[in-house]
Write a protein that binds this ligand. Structure first.
Ligand code: ADP
Length: 667
């Protein structure tokens, strides 16, 4: 049977459909009468076969929304396909939403009009659910992702902040470490002893090297202070520590005496400390120890005590000195070298006749000096200030209050304590009385010498006549005696001449009669004379090189003889005396050197003063008046020369004088 002619009958078709697994419904009218529905569709719809030939809208009002679509398909003959479409299924009176893929397929007759609609449907609810699930999962995941991103961002920010905080933290930690190190260094290098006594037991927990140095040999670390330093038990230090720990007191002690040993079991020594006790608080703010800062001031306190002692002694010495200067009537003064500001004691004010309320100035004092001496005195003062030396001047001045002319001896010295501390001070004595006595003595000696001179000259004449007579009658004995008598007369004449010279000096009557002569000649002449007059010593004259001076030969001869006779006088007999003359630079230098008793340094300066004699045991048996050297000095100085001595006790003396060499062209 040809295939094309065969048409399946509707019944057969429906049979086939009824066995189809695909859920199928066939609508056979425009009103949507159900002409066929298979088992699969009934299952889907939760209906039974009673719906057959009924109108869809009647048997399944829950599908009402589909009726218009079906009607549209009927009218237009257009296929309608839908997917994932929700439809409410009436399950025992409860509408349950399920999803379907379905199609409405029009079946056309030969005229091309619709006479049936085949509705197939597949329940895709599970798939949808899966898809939805998937979607929601995806959405959830998306949300999660977003959340993650967001939280990531947050995290990042937090991380950033954290890292910033970390940096801050690091800085803080660094600073802290630095601070700690600084603190450590501070404590360790502190120039004072520093320790922390921890807990009620006050255990040495931290102590710096300086602290340990206070007690180098003692074990402190880890021990209670009273165990380590038992000598503190029962002292005020213990009370203080108790007070700090229990009552929160603080102590600042200066120069406190704390008997303490430096070494373990060593002797307790009186030591002074400046220290501080402060309560040490823990994190909770509770006192948990004592902080102790300490440095030793024993040396300072001791030197202060010494200074106080010295000051005490100084005060006593000063008082004694004041008493001494008062009773010895010594005026003391002090001049500020730069400003010439003058300070002085009451004795000086009394000497100067200046007891007024206004202080006396340096200029006022100088103005009172008699004109003859003023320039000289000022020069000497200036010389001492500038040359850092000493001056000793005897001068006359008028007293302030009564214009009485007085003799003063003023000495002064500049002293340097260190580079910038200079003091110029000295003493003044009123020597008017001594001067008066000296003047009287001079006048008396002058008068006596003058009176003696005439008879002495006659005596010398008579002796010479007698000597001549003794020679004539060849009486040796008488000749010898007369020679000795002559020597004594010569000695006496020299003495008298000396005295006369002194009185002449004072009245300015000593005349210098200059003539150029060779000093070597004078030495030879003196040698000749000495041979008869100085027989107990060996006299050695050393003079060869001619040395000319323009001077008073007699007077210089007197000086030389005087120096030689002194050497003889103050040396043991038999010792050697060397007299020499050399040229030294622009001067002729004459020296007289002996091996005698020598001179003490204290006497050397005053040796050339008038009437000065050394007071010593050795001197007791040697006669003299103390005018010989004074005269020598006057004579030499009148010649613009200098005179001096190098000597020390028991080492002999070397007296010398210098006179300017004579230059014939210069005069
Ligand atoms: P005097 O008449 O006392 O000798 P001088 O003026 O000559 O007086 O001497 C003063 C003092 O100097 C003497 O008293 C003596 O103490 C001392 N003197 C002088 N020459 C010497 C010397 N060569 N050796 C030791 N002392 C001397």
């Amino acid at each position: 049977m040809p295939f094309s002619n065969h048409r399946l009958s509707d019944k057969l078709l429906l049979d086939i459909l009824s066995h189809s697994k695909e859920a199928t419904t066939v609508y056979i009218s425009e009103e949507l009468h159900i002409g066929f529905v298979n088992e699969s569709m009934l299952k889907l719809w939760h209906k039974d076969i009673s719906i057959l030939y009924q109108r869809l809208t009647d048997v399944a009002p829950e599908f009402a929304s589909f009726a218009p679509i079906l009607k549209h398909v009927w009218e237009n003959g257009e296929l309608y396909i839908a997917e994932d479409t929700p439809a409410n299924i009436d399950v025992d009176g409860i509408l349950v939403e399920r999803f379907f893929d379905f199609e409405y397929r029009p079946v056309l007759n030969e005229e091309g009009s619709v006479y049936a609609i085949i509705n197939t449907a597949i329940d895709v609810t599970e798939r949808m659910a899966a898809v939805r699930n998937l979607k929601s999962k995806a959405a959830h995941e998306e949300a999660l992702k977003e959340e993650l991103i967001a939280s990531n961002r947050k995290l990042f920010k937090v991380q950033e902040q954290l890292s910033e905080t970390n940096i801050d933290l690091q800085i803080l930690v660094d600073q802290l470490t630095e601070n700690e190190e600084f603190l450590q260094r501070f404590i360790m290098q502190a120039p004072a002893g520093l320790t922390l006594l921890k807990g009620e037991e006050l255990v040495y927990s931290i102590l710096n090297p300086k602290y340990q140095e206070l007690m180098p040999g003692r074990k402190l670390e880890g021990r209670s202070i009273f165990e380590a330093l038992p000598e503190l038990v029962g002292t005020v230090v213990q009370d203080m520590l108790y007070n700090v720990y229990h009552n929160g007191a603080s102590y600042n002690m200066t120069d406190s005496l704390v008997p303490l040993s430096e070494y373990e079991y060593g002797p307790t020594v009186e030591r002074y400390f400046t220290f501080n006790f402060t309560p040490w608080k823990n994190k909770e703010g509770l006192i948990d120890g004592v902080l102790n800062l300490v440095y030793e001031v024993t040396d300072q306190v001791k030197s202060r005590q010494e200074i106080a002692n010295l000051n005490d002694q100084l005060y006593k010495v000063n008082t004694q000195l004041n008493m001494a200067t008062r009773s010895a009537r010594i005026g003391t003064w002090f001049i500020e070298p730069e400003t010439k500001a003058l300070t002085y004691n009451t004795v000086l004010a009394e000497i100067f006749g200046y007891e007024g309320s206004e202080p006396m100035t340096y200029d006022q004092a100088i103005a009172q000096v008699m004109p003859d001496y003023r320039e000289y005195l000022v020069k000497e003062i200036e010389r001492a200030i500038n040359g850092g030396g000493f001056y000793d001047v005897i001068y006359q001045q008028k007293r302030f209050n009564d214009d009485k002319v007085i003799w003063l001896r003023s000495t002064g010295q500049i002293s340097r304590f260190n580079d910038d501390e200079v003091s110029f001070s000295g003493v003044v004595q009123d020597i008017s009385r001594q001067r008066l006595e000296e003047e009287r003595k001079d006048a008396f000696i002058g008068m006596v010498s003058h009176e003696l001179k005439t008879p002495l000259t006659s005596l010398q004449g008579y002796l010479q006549i007698l000597s001549g007579y003794a020679a004539k009658i060849q009486n040796d004995f008488a000749g010898n005696v007369l020679e000795k008598a002559n020597k004594q007369i010569s000695k006496m004449t020299r003495m008298i001449n000396g005295f006369l010279n002194v009185s002449r000096l004072d009245s300015g009557k000593i005349y210098i009669d200059r003539e150029p002569f060779n000093m070597v000649d004078l030495l030879h002449e003196t040698e000749e004379e000495s041979r008869t007059s100085f027989t107990q010593n060996e006299l050695l004259f050393l003079a060869e090189t001619p040395a000319f001076v323009n001077a008073d030969k007699d007077k210089i001869g007197q000086v030389l003889t005087n120096l030689i006779s002194n050497s003889v006088k103050y040396s043991p007999s038999g010792s050697t005396i060397i007299i020499s003359c050399v040229i030294d630079g622009a001067d002729v230098l004459v020296t007289v050197k002996d091996e005698g008793i020598g001179i003490a340094p204290v006497d050397i300066d005053k040796l050339f003063d008038r009437y000065y004699r050394v007071e010593s045991h050795a001197m007791k048996s040697i006669a003299g008046f103390g005018i010989g050297l004074y005269l020598c000095k006057e004579i030499i100085e009148q010649h613009k020369g200098t005179i001096g001595v190098n000597s020390s006790p028991n080492n002999g003396s070397e007296f010398w004088f210098r006179l300017p060499l004579y230059h014939p062209d210069a005069d």
